[in-house]
Design a protein around this ligand. Structure first.
Ligand SMILES: *[C@@H]1O[C@H](CO)[C@@H](O)[C@H](O)[C@H]1NC(C)=O
Ligand SMILES: *[C@@H]1O[C@H](CO)[C@@H](O)[C@H](O)[C@H]1NC(C)=O
Ligand SMILES: *[C@@H]1O[C@H](CO)[C@@H](O)[C@H](O)[C@H]1NC(C)=O
Ligand SMILES: *[C@@H]1O[C@H](CO)[C@@H](O)[C@H](O)[C@H]1NC(C)=O
Ligand SMILES: *[C@@H]1O[C@H](CO)[C@@H](O)[C@H](O)[C@H]1NC(C)=O
Ligand SMILES: *[C@@H]1O[C@H](CO)[C@@H](O)[C@H](O)[C@H]1NC(C)=O
Length: 549
C-alpha cells in the first residue's frame, strides 16, 4: 500500500476557528435609586413575581402538551427556578416600574414593552431583500465527471460545515464527483461522528443533484487507485482550481483534499459559484433528522419563556489556550492554558502578550464582561438566555457574575433531561449542532468572539432574515470595562448610552460584504475580508423587484 502523497504548498496559518477580527464595544451598571422610589420598587417586585409565576404556569401547560416523554424531569428543573431568591433581588427596577405603570404595554405578560421591543428585540429591517440562490439561465447540469474528490475536513463543527460547502463549489469547478466528506475525528473536540451522524446525507445528495454528483463511497475498483493527496492553497480563486487542480486529472482519478478550512476565496468568484455555496450551506446541508428534532425541542422550550437571547459564549478551554487571553484568570489557570498551547503543535503562536491582545480587541469577552454588556444594552435581568457553548472554562466559577445579573441562564443540559441528551452528549459536534439550531431560531443572537460559529450563524440568520444578531465591539468595550474597573466610570445611563451608540450598526443590518482592509497584502489581505458565509450579500440576497423568483 504505497500511495505516493504529493504535498501541496505548506500552509503556515491554520485560520479556521481562529482568524482574528477586531471589535469595539461596552456596558452599564445598576442605578442608585432614591428612597422615594423604594415603594415603587417593592410594588414592581411584587408585580414581577406574579408575572414570573404566571409564565412558569403557562410554561408547564405548554410543555406538557408538546413533549410528553420527558416533561416531568424538565418541569422539575424549572421548579428550581421558582425558588431562586436572586430573582426578586435582581430585578431591573427601571424596566419593571415602567411595566407596572403602564400595564397596557405588556406584551403577552412577558414584560416586553413596545418600547423595549423596538430597542432590544426587533429584527433589523430587510429592505425587501430575499434569498436568491437560483443559478443563472446558462447554468448546466453537471457534465461528465473527470474523477473523484475525496475530502478530509478539519476543525470543529462549524469550520467543517463551511469547508464542506466550499468543497461542493470546488467539485463543481473541477467537474469532480464528490465523495461524502470525512469528518475530522482528531480535532480538539475528538468527536468520532461520521457525516451521516450529523448531517442529512440523503438530502445533501439529492438537493445538489443539479450541481454536482455526490456518492457515498469511492467505487470499489478505485479503492486502490493512486490518490493525489493535496492541501489546496488557502483562499484560492477560480483559476487555481480550473488550471492547477484540474490539471491533476491528467494523471489521477482521485484527488484528496487534505484540509478544508478557507480553501476558497471569499470574493471574485463567478456568481453561479457563489450562489452554489449558499445553496450548499443554507439549503442542502441540514442536520440529521434526529438532531433537528432534538434541536427543535430545545427551541420550543426556550420559546415557552418568551423572546430569548442565544449567547455564543466562546469561553472554552481551547479558545483561551489558543488566543492566550488570560484576563481575570488565576495564575494557575493561565499556566494550564499556556501548557496546552505549547503542546498543541498546529497552533503556531506560542508567545502571546495577553494584555496587548485584549487591548487590540482580540480576546473573547469573559462571561462577566458579557453580563455588563447585555445589561448596558438594556436587556432586563429576567431575560431568558440560552448559552450556546461547550464546557465553559472553569465551569461555574467563571459564571457567577453573569448569573447574578442574568439568573435565567439556560443550556442544553438545563432544558433537556439526561436521557434526552444522552444520544448526543459524547459527540461534541452533535452537541454543537443542537446549539446551532437554537442559535438560528433565537430572537437575538450575541457572541463573545467572532469565530466560525458566530460567523456562519450570523450569515445564516441574515440569509433567512431572522432576528437581531449583535456583534460586540470588543476593542471599544474593553476600554470601558477597564474604566469601570478603575473607578473612572460607573454602570448607568451614561455607559448604557455609550454602549448602545457603539452598537447601533452592529445588530445584523443588511449591507454588502466587506472587502479586504486596505493596505493589507497577500494572505493577510484575504484574512481581512469578511467571510463569505457570514454575509452572503449581494450574491444570495436580492431585492424582490430586481430578482423575479
Ligand atoms: C408583541 O411582540 C411581538 C413580537 O414578539 C410583536 O409582533 C407584537 O406586535 C407585540 N404586541 C404588542 C401588543 O406589543
Ligand atoms: C453565463 O455564461 C456567460 C458566458 O459563458 C458567462 O460570462 C456568465 O458569467 C454566465 N453567467 C453566470 C451568472 O455565471
Ligand atoms: C467542466 O465541464 C464543463 C462542461 O462539461 C466544461 O465546459 C469545463 O471546461 C470543464 N471544466 C474543467 C475544469 O474541466
Ligand atoms: C463511522 O464510520 C466508520 C466506518 O464506516 C465506523 O467504523 C464507525 O463506527 C462510524 N462511527 C460512528 C460513530 O458511528
Ligand atoms: C486492494 O488492495 C488490497 C490489499 O492491498 C486487496 O486485498 C484488494 O483486493 C485490492 N482491491 C482491488 C479492488 O484491487
Ligand atoms: C504534552 O503532550 C504530551 C503528549 O500528548 C504529553 O505526554 C505531555 O505530558 C504534555 N505535556 C504537558 C506539559 O502537558
Amino acid at each position: 500500500m504505497s500511495t505516493p502523497r504529493v504535498r501541496g504548498r505548506k500552509i503556515i496559518i491554520n485560520l479556521g476557528d481562529f482568524s482574528v477580527f477586531s471589535s469595539k464595544g461596552l456596558m452599564q451598571k445598576r442605578k442608585k435609586i432614591p428612597l422615594s422610589i423604594l415603594l415603587w420598587r417593592f410594588l414592581g417586585a411584587t408585580v414581577f413575581s406574579i408575572a414570573i409565576t404566571c409564565f412558569f404556569f403557562v410554561h408547564h401547560v405548554h410543555v406538557s402538551t408538546t413533549s410528553k416523554i420527558h416533561h416531568k424531569k424538565f418541569n422539575e428543573k424549572i421548579h428550581t427556578f421558582r425558588d431562586l431568591q436572586s430573582w426578586t433581588q435582581e430585578l431591573d427596577l427601571l424596566h419593571l416600574s415602567k411595566d407596572s405603570v403602564s400595564a397596557s404595554k405588556l406584551n403577552n405578560t412577558r414584560g416586553i414593552t413596545e418600547l423595549n421591543y423596538e430597542k432590544l428585540w426587533k429584527p433589523p429591517p430587510n429592505h425587501g431583500f430575499l434569498p436568491c440562490t437560483k443559478p443563472s439561465l446558462n447554468y448546466t447540469t453537471p457534465g461528465n465527471s473527470r474523477g473523484y474528490l475525496l475530502v478530509h475536513t478539519n476543525g470543529g463543527l462549524n469550520q467543517m460545515r463551511i469547508g464542506i460547502c466550499d468543497m461542493v463549489a470546488i467539485a463543481r469547478i473541477i467537474n469532480a464527483t464528490l465523495v461524502i466528506p470525512e469528518l475530522d475525528k482528531k480535532s480538539f473536540w475528538k468527536d468520532n461522528s461520521n457525516f451521516s451522524d450529523i448531517f442529512d446525507e440523503k438530502r445533501f445528495i439529492s438537493s445538489l443533484a443539479d450541481d454536482i454528483k455526490i456518492i457515498k463511497k469511492l467505487p470499489k475498483n478505485l479503492a486502490n487507485a493512486t490518490k493525489m493527496v493535496k492541501q489546496f492553497k488557502s483562499w484560492s480563486g477560480i483559476e487555481y482550481y480550473q488550471k492547477e487542480i484540474s490539471a491533476l486529472w491528467n494523471d489521477f482519478k482521485v484527488i484528496q483534499a487534505s484540509k478544508t478550512d478557507s480553501r476558497l476565496a471569499n470574493n471574485n468568484l463567478p456568481l453561479d459559484i457563489q450562489k452554489l455555496r449558499c445553496r450548499a450551506c443554507f439549503e442542502a446541508l441540514r442536520f440529521s433528522p434526529r438532531i433537528e428534532k432534538m434541536g427543535n425541542l430545545l427551541v420550543e422550550r426556550m420559546r415557552s419563556f418568551g423572546p430569548y437571547i442565544t449567547l455564543h459564549l466562546r469561553y472554552e478551554k481551547d479558545m483561551l489556550a489558543f488566543s492566550g487571553c488570560t484576563h481575570d484568570l488565576s495564575t494557575s489557570e493561565a499556566e494550564e492554558l499556556r501548557i496546552i498551547r505549547e503542546n498543541t503543535t498546529y497552533w503556531k503562536r506560542k508567545h502571546i502578550n495577553p494584555t496587548e491582545e485584549r487591548s487590540k480587541g482580540n480576546c473573547p469577552l469573559t462571561p462577566k464582561e458579557v453580563g455588563i454588556f447585555l445589561n448596558a444594552l438594556g436587556y432586563p435581568t429576567r431575560t431568558p438566555i440560552y448559552i450556546a457553548a461547550g464546557e465553559i472554562y472553569g465551569g461555574e466559577s467563571h459564571m457567577t457574575e453573569l448569573r447574578s445579573r442574568y439568573p435565567f441562564l439556560m443550556s442544553k443540559e438545563k432544558l433537556a433531561s439526561i436521557d434526552e441528551l444522552e444520544p448526543f452528549s459524547n459527540h461534541a459536534s452533535q452537541m454543537a449542532a443542537l446549539d446551532y439550531i437554537v442559535s438560528i431560531e433565537s430572537d437575538v443572537f450575541v457572541h463573545s468572539y467572532p469565530g466560525n460559529m458566530a460567523r456562519i450563524v450570523q450569515g445564516h440568520r441574515r440569509f433567512l432574515g431572522k432576528g437581531r444578531t449583535v456583534s460586540p465591539d470588543r476593542k471599544a468595550l474593553v476600554r470601558l470595562f477597564d474604566k469601570l474597573k478603575n473607578g473612572l466610570m460607573v454602570e448607568g445611563k451614561k455607559l448604557s448610552n455609550k454602549v448602545n451608540g457603539l452598537h447601533q450598526g452592529r445588530v445584523g443590518l443588511l449591507r454588502k460584504r466587506k472587502g479586504p482592509i486596505s493596505g493589507t497584502k497577500g494572505v493577510d489581505r484575504f484574512r481581512s475580508e469578511e467571510t463569505f458565509y457570514a454575509n452572503p450579500l449581494p450574491e444570495c440576497l436580492c431585492r424582490a423587484e430586481s430578482s423575479p423568483i
